[in-house]
Design a protein around this ligand. Structure first.
Ligand SMILES: [Fe+2]
Length: 288
């Protein structure tokens, strides 16, 4: 059943990799609603709701951006996030593929923001003992753009990117431009005055079920496409185990529901922002 959460409905969601959309219709689900996408006779992507009796319902808005097909079940109040790095011609564009998770999409965002799990979940890749401390960083809700940012983040990583095989402190910036999209900017190891940009686009299917695709814009002329893909996929499959085992499955927005530590300040800002916006889909408040 389609959610009644207006905030969630009035947003854009990546639902497919654009290059994989063909004339053959594919059914998927968004916010509890079955939808179908395909290329129309004219070759343009077409997304429609599928009604309870199986009939084709309303045609939905469509945009192709960042290699993905985006749609909305409502009237979007904001455009899809603008990623400046996507316009730089020397960047490697690496769509990493979709991973389905039995988890709230909001949990997936929160896990993406969390540096404290690096040594324990991505052992010897994004973190390693004894370097378990998360140095102080800043988190804020940027009112002018209505986004959550975490800046001045640093963390010791044994292998900070596909090009690197030795450890160092990485410098990271996190950005949450909409409830189900999260980004990471990482000082590029091979070009320290530039930032690699990684976006995670989440398709919330049910409250406790989602798909997500990391899309990377990298300054890296060395690694093979396969190496870049492998690096990201290994990390993401490790994260899937974590998010699927979090309880409650849905994200609590009540401040006292889970005990935060200083390292969680980005998560606290994110939950506060979701609560202020009135997001319910994928939270313990429920939105069916
Ligand atoms: Fe992770």
């Amino acid at each position: 059943m389609k959610t009644t959460d207006r905030v969630a409905l009035n947003d854009w969601y990546a639902i497919a990799t654009a290059s994989e959309v063909t004339a053959q219709p594919v059914t998927t689900r968004l916010l509890g609603q079955d939808i179908e996408y395909r290329l129309s006779e004219s070759g343009a992507p077409l997304v429609r709701e599928i009604l309870d009796d199986g009939a084709r319902g309303p045609v939905l808005p469509v945009q192709v951006r960042y290699g993905c097909l985006f749609t909305s079940l409502g009237t979007p109040v904001k455009d899809i996030v603008h990623i400046e790095e996507a316009e730089e011609e020397d960047r490697r564009f690496v769509p990493c593929g979709w991973v389905t998770m039995r988890a709230s999409g909001l949990r997936v965002v929160e896990n993406f923001l969390d540096m404290a799990h690096f040594p324990f979940v991505h052992t010897d890749i994004l973190g390693s003992e004894p370097h378990t401390e998360v140095p102080t960083y800043q988190s804020e809700i940027r009112r002018d753009v209505d986004e959550v940012w975490a800046t001045n983040c640093t963390f010791f990583q044994p292998r900070i990117a596909a090009t690197e095989d030795k450890g160092d402190f990485v410098h990271l910036t996190y950005r949450v431009p909409s409830p189900f999209v999260v980004m990471l900017y990482r000082v590029c190891p091979t070009s320290p005055n530039r930032l690699d940009a990684i976006a995670l686009f989440i398709q919330p299917m049910e409250e406790g079920l989602c798909r997500a695709q990391p899309v990377m814009y990298l300054v890296d002329s060395i690694s093979t496409h396969k190496a870049l893909l492998n690096f990201e996929q290994v990390i993401f499959l490790q994260d899937r185990i974590i998010v699927e085992n979090q309880r409650p499955l849905l994200l609590p927005l009540e401040p006292r529901a889970e005990i935060p530590t200083r390292a969680d300040s980005s998560s606290i800002a994110y939950r506060r922002w979701l609560k202020e916006k009135g997001v319910r889909f994928g939270t313990t408040a429920g939105a069916a």
